[in-house]
Design a protein around this ligand. Structure first.
Ligand code: PRT
Ligand code: ZN
Length: 284
């Protein structure tokens, strides 16, 4: 039995999706037939599809699971479960208006025309805020709509903000924070769920490893307690004596978020020769 996964055929999520599977130790031959492929060392069949179609295929069990942006999942409102955030494809769905407009709040949108490719999410947002506006659904180049007189506001995905800036627009409301997620069919058969659990275990190990660094340092023995106190570690740090008397080598794991803060404190406490090494997989 094989688990069928849908990934984007080409576009912003394609490379990171394939990379994540590779980091999970899954080899996929990128053959000539780019509609379908099989992993050589894991019970996985890969379908390459347009991102917009992935929720439907997963709901219909044509694919058992899929990698797709939360923006697409919530816009399509298909019956699928979001199982895991994957940490790439990050963006936000935002309302933007003309740079020169005086935006005082959501009421600005009352009675206005909003161009978007996300009519469902925009309507939810307007309803929640008690605002009535005219939604114009367009499938691409939403940012040019105000310039050509089609709308007074837009709602589109933003990452760096440069598209808005270059089109004389400013971001005023974020209606959704999005990233690529793993979705699954709601009636997955037990053997398929078991394969998915194995895949999830690998994905979580890769994600944890990315968020952590392995650190090695030398510490004078009289400072060891203080230095060890600064290190969280998985259980407790490893301490090994150095050939030089009175010194030890300390090994531990630090999370990315507290990394710089702790490194500074370690130096202040007398740590020397600090080495920081990436971790490939982390299994707790
Ligand atoms: O062909 P297919 O339908 O599969 O692809 P697509 O053209 O619909 O999607 P694609 O490849 O553009 O995006 C796939 C997914 O990537 C989206 O559904 C999001 O989940 C995610 N993503 C992340 C983004 C962005 N960042 C992003 N910046 N999708 C689109 N954009 C666009 C945005 O629409 C705007 O035009 O980039 C522009 C804004 O970028 P900045 O950096 O100028 O702010
Ligand atoms: Zn698309």
């Amino acid at each position: 039995m094989k688990l069928k996964i849908a990934v984007q055929k080409s576009g912003r999520l394609y490379e990171d999706s394939i990379k994540l599977l590779k980091e999970c130790g899954i080899d996929i031959s990128n053959g000539v037939n780019k509609l379908k492929s099989e992993a050589s060392n894991f019970p996985l069949e890969v379908f390459f599809l347009r991102d917009d179609d992935i929720p439907q295929y997963v709901e219909d069990a044509v694919a058992d699971i899929g990698f797709v942006g939360e923006n697409v999942v919530y816009e399509k409102k298909k019956k699928v479960d979001v199982v895991e955030k994957l940490g790439f494809g990050k963006c936000r769905l935002s309302i933007a208006v003309g740079k020169g407009d005086v935006y005082t709040g959501v009421n600005f949108l009352q009675g206005k025309r909003i161009a978007t490719s996300y009519p469902v999410l925009v309507q939810d947002f307007l309803d929640k805020n008690g605002v009535t506006a005219d939604i114009h659904e367009i499938s691409g180049s939403v940012e040019i709509a105000p310039g050509i007189g089609l709308a007074e506001a837009i709602c589109d995905l933003v990452s760096s903000g440069s598209t808005l800036f270059m089109n004389g627009l400013k971001e005023t409301e974020t209606i959704l924070q999005s990233q690529c997620v793993l979705i699954k069919n709601q009636q997955l058969a037990v053997p398929l769920q078991e394969i998915l659990n194995k895949l999830l275990f690998r994905i979580q190990s890769v994600k944890k490893a990315k968020n952590n660094k392995y650190i090695l340092l030398n510490a004078p023995n009289d400072k060891l307690d203080e230095i060890i106190g600064l290190l969280p570690g998985m259980k407790s740090p490893t301490v090994l004596p150095l050939a030089e008397k009175g010194w030890s080598s300390v090994h531990s794991v630090l999370s990315e978020s507290e990394f710089w803060h702790i490194i500074e404190k370690l130096k202040e406490a007398g740590a020397q020769g600090i080495l920081v090494v990436p971790i490939e997989k982390m299994i707790i």
